[in-house]
Ligand binder design. Sequence first.
Ligand SMILES: NC(=O)c1ccc[n+]([C@@H]2O[C@H](COP(=O)([O-])OP(=O)(O)OC[C@H]3O[C@@H](n4cnc5c(N)ncnc54)[C@H](O)[C@@H]3O)[C@@H](O)[C@H]2O)c1
Length: 336
Amino acid sequence: MADTILVTGGAGYVGSHVVVELAKAGYAPVVLDNFANSTPAVLPRLQALAGRPIPSVTADVRDAAALRAVFHDHPIAAVVHCAGLKAVGESQERPLAYYDVNVGGAIALAEVMGEAGVATLVFSSSATVYGQPDHLPVPEDAPLRPHSVYGRTKRVVEDFLRDLAKANDNWRIAILRYFNPAGAHSSGMLGEASRGKPANLVPLLCKIAAGELAELAIYGGDWPTADGTGVRDYLHVQDLAEGHVAAMRYLAKAHGAHTLNLGAGRGHSVMEVVAAFEKACGRTIAKAVAPRRPGDVAAYYADPARAAKLLEWRASRDLQVICADAWRWQRNGGRY
Ligand SMILES: NC(=O)c1ccc[n+]([C@@H]2O[C@H](COP(=O)([O-])OP(=O)(O)OC[C@H]3O[C@@H](n4cnc5c(N)ncnc54)[C@H](O)[C@@H]3O)[C@@H](O)[C@H]2O)c1
């Protein structure tokens, strides 16, 4: 029988793609989400793409009683924990909410997993835990100096999970530090459906190309990079989702907590992304340079060697595929 995997935040941008890839790999995903930042309208699409029924539970990941009911009702073998709040700017204004959901959610989940005897966990962390890197590419043992409340909640949860695994060797935990997830499902049926104005570059380009936003503000044109604009490691969301499947397979044979970068391993500047997007959509993107934002860094991209070695995973879709798939999603409406 297929292993049942609980995906918290499974209705969200990353979680929805993870659900589909898990199902494709022969697992039986169950979605848990409170739809704080997503909609149940994604669920029929997940079922269509997965080709199997996807049970879903509307619950808050901080609600231990609700979690207990999920573990009682489904034969959960492992968990992918994507549920959380992720807006860097908002985290500075709402630290209580961010610590409560991100840290409190992880604690409630680990507690109930412990009670249920489920010890395999894949956690969505973020490259934002590194802050300003000393060297590029960034390896997993680089110093952790997150600039934001959001990044600090991820660092706290990472420490918590490593401490759990140190205290009890039963745990099998993969802490995945995502670089910049971007793009959409190649079917055009799943993608990033931000509420309000998107914060990330590729969704902004989608809205500008579609005429929903006027122009792109490029934060800083004088960074010490080749063209003066910021450089990031863009990772196709389907590559990222496949990384979760690879992590799940790895944990079947590895105990302890394992911290892994998931990134493409190369950086692209804002200008390069704009050019790739213009090529994908056949339109010109209006843009203007704006002042740098506090806390931003010039460049970072992953050293993905550990994931390549341990998970036998590497990103296979390039920037042009990211832009083409994001534009297809936008052309289909860009929302659920
Ligand atoms: N997208 C990125 O750029 C990025 C980068 C690094 C890490 N991450 C992490 O990956 C995870 C998924 O991110 P995403 O981009 O899919 O975000 P998202 O907002 O699309 O998905 C998160 C999901 O969690 C749900 N959720 C929020 N609070 C909840 C709660 N208390 N109980 C149950 N469900 C809750 C939301 O409704 C949403 O469906 C997050 O933990 C995020 O911090 C994302």
